[in-house]
Design a protein around this ligand. Structure first.
Ligand SMILES: Cc1ncc(C[n+]2csc(CCOP(=O)(O)OP(=O)(O)O)c2C)c(N)n1
Ligand code: SF4
Ligand SMILES: [Mg+2]
Length: 296
């Protein structure tokens, strides 16, 4: 006689996994995302990466905007700030400036980042604020039920574009490379182990790290950014790719039809807070370094 099936309660399962310490960064609020959404891979990746880097729970802050992606802080056991639509980066920068000891992650979707929030990205990047910005790109507005976003493909038919979208998609990697981000990488929710490694590397970087994460919306996109399509389109960056060469990184980023996964670019340079400390030292007469004068 076969044994009767016992129900498995997700909450019990999560407590069991958190019990061994491995996933202590996952909160007891279970994700409300649709089954199969790429965001589950990111939650798993962030929990594992923070665990690997031994970031104390009390020192981790995750800031988000609005959207399905931006629900993220609720599902993590860190401090969190679910802020306004598109205002993730100013808030994350403020948190970091208020307390430099914190590990600050900013997260959001492609709409939150590049539509309403697009004006903030160049400034966080050029100032080299020491935060990690992860954009979960599903090429669509998931939360509001499937309208086009700034990264939607041309010809996409959605409720907001019933006669096809005629807008060209933005190229976020090219944008971040030209804005002066000091760490730029790309990962895919369908390659969770690589994604976890990239998250850990991005968080460990001192300066503004930007991780672009390709992540299917299984509910509202059945034709474009699907697992089936991305599985065959993604590639690794060439083994001899030189991450210190911004122009080579841009060349790789132009091949949007075959997205490359890995570290595109990395440089070490003073962070926003280094600059602020320098100004404070000069203003209080505690520093004697030479600045660049604004000559008449
Ligand atoms: C000021 C303002 N404008 C518009 C909206 C409606 N809105 C909520 S989420 C969203 C876009 C979400 O898309 P994305 O950032 O890509 O996140 P996803 O849901 O795909 O994860 C929009 C337009 C809003 N909440 N606030
Ligand atoms: S609507 Fe799309 S993006 Fe939002 S949770 Fe569902 S699958 Fe994920
Ligand atoms: Mg989106």
């Amino acid at each position: 006689m076969t044994e009767p099936l016992k129900p498995v309660y997700l909450e019990d399962k999560l407590n069991e996994v958190r019990g061994d310490g491995h996933l202590r960064y996952r909160s007891s609020s279970l994700p409300t995302w649709c089954p199969g959404c790429g965001y589950f891979s990111v939650a798993e990746g962030v929990a594992t990466a923070l665990n690997r880097l031994k970031v104390p729970l009390k020192d981790a802050v995750i800031v988000s905007g609005i959207g399905c992606a931006s629900r993220f802080p609720f599902f993590m056991e860190t401090y969190g700030f679910h802020t306004l639509h598109g205002r993730t980066l100013p808030v994350a920068t403020g948190v970091k400036v208020a307390n430099d000891a914190l590990t600050v992650l900013a997260v959001g979707g492609d709409g939150d980042a590049f539509a309403i929030g697009g004006g903030h990205i160049p400034h966080a990047a050029r100032r080299n604020a020491d935060i990690t910005y992860m954009v979960f790109d599903n090429g669509i507005y998931g939360l509001t039920k499937g309208q086009t976003s700034p990264t939607s493909v041309e010809g996409f038919v959605t409720p907001s574009t019933p006669y096809e979208s005629h807008d060209r998609p933005l190229n976020p990697l090219m944008m971040l490379l030209s804005y002066g981000a000091s760490w730029v990488g790309q990962a895919y929710a369908g390659r969770p182990h690589h994604l976890t490694d990239m998250i850990a590397e991005a968080v460990a970087h001192r300066g503004f790290s930007y991780l672009h994460i390709l992540s299917p919306c299984v509910t509202f996109d059945k034709t474009e950014m699907t697992y089936a399509n991305l599985d065959v389109r993604v590639r690794d960056l060439p083994a001899d790719h030189d991450p210190s060469d911004r122009l080579v990184a841009m060349e790789q980023a132009t091949r949007a039809e075959a997205p490359a996964l890995g570290l595109f670019y990395r440089e070490e340079r003073p962070t926003l807070i280094d600059g602020m400390n320098d100004i404070a030292a000069r203003a209080t007469g505690k520093a004697s370094g030479k600045g660049k004068k604004n000559k008449k």
